[in-house]
Write a protein that binds this ligand. Structure first.
Ligand code: ZN
Length: 254
């Protein structure tokens, strides 16, 4: 039997994939499995100091790919929008402290107002935090979410919308995070990935699979190969768009 060689050099795992684990467990367990890149979900920062996190990351030769997540800019209430801005500024600071070069944005939506108005507020919110992000050396990535989340999680549902917003704001620190769970169904995906790549805005690539049937809209993502997403095809497009970064495994599952 020929030995199977597994290349983990481009593999990154989102801590939320291993939900019961704290940050220290994630780092230790990934490293001992030969995985040396992770994207960190913000609530896991609470248990440790920034210095402790930096030491754990360095000791285990981990690459911190991104901090997840900022955003949620849209609301009918000004107070809520202001609180979101403050939280995003905190997230930028946290990313800088832990050495994460990228903050992923789940942009938000409020069912009490139109999607157009939510998108205006998202554009305004991103524009306000961008100078601070740029100054801190942190990039921001708009993550378009599947339209089933349009009511309350993201008024940005397609690559075309994410590309359009990034082009309108037009700042080299702003790009797009591509997640196959949210985008696999889109007939314009190939074209929009290429457009994003041409703009040099394809900042992150998240992978998992779409289980059939999908038993929970949030927490029933499949492992790659278990569902119906043509991952090889999408990867070909992502690579054709010039992306050569990590493949980030992000599986929410109970
Ligand atoms: Zn994602």
């Amino acid at each position: 039997m020929p030995e199977t060689i597994v290349d983990f050099s481009k593999l990154c795992v989102h801590t939320q994939t291993n939900k019961p684990w704290n940050l220290e467990e994630c780092i230790r367990n990934y490293a001992s499995a030969g995985i040396h890149a992770l994207s960190i979900w913000r609530h896991l920062l609470e248990d440790l100091s920034f210095a402790e996190i930096r030491k754990l990351v360095a000791d285990h030769h981990m690459d911190v790919v991104s901090l997840v997540r900022g955003g949620f800019f849209a609301s009918t209430k000004k107070k809520t929008r202001d609180a979101a801005l403050a939280d995003n500024l905190l997230a930028i600071e946290q990313a800088a402290e832990i050495g994460a070069p990228l903050l992923v944005l789940v942009c938000g939506s409020d069912p009490a107002q139109s999607l157009e108005l939510s998108r205006d507020q998202i554009r305004e919110g991103i524009s306000k935090i961008l100078p601070v992000a740029r100054e801190a050396g942190i990039k921001l990535a708009i993550e378009p979410l599947h339209p089933m989340y349009a009511a309350d999680r993201s008024a940005i549902c397609t690559m075309a919308q994410a590309n359009q917003m990034a082009e309108q704001i037009n700042d080299s620190s702003l790009g797009v995070a591509v997640d196959v769970f949210h985008l696999w169904w889109d007939p314009d995906l190939e074209r929009e990935l290429i457009r994003c790549g041409k703009n040099e805005r394809l900042f992150a690539y998240h992978i998992c699979d779409w289980n059939v049937p999908l038993k929970d809209l949030l927490n029933d993502r499949g492992l790659m190969g278990d569902g119906c997403i043509d991952l090889k095809q999408i990867r070909t497009w992502v690579e054709a768009a010039g992306f050569s970064g990590y493949r980030e495994v992000e599986v929410f599952s109970d």
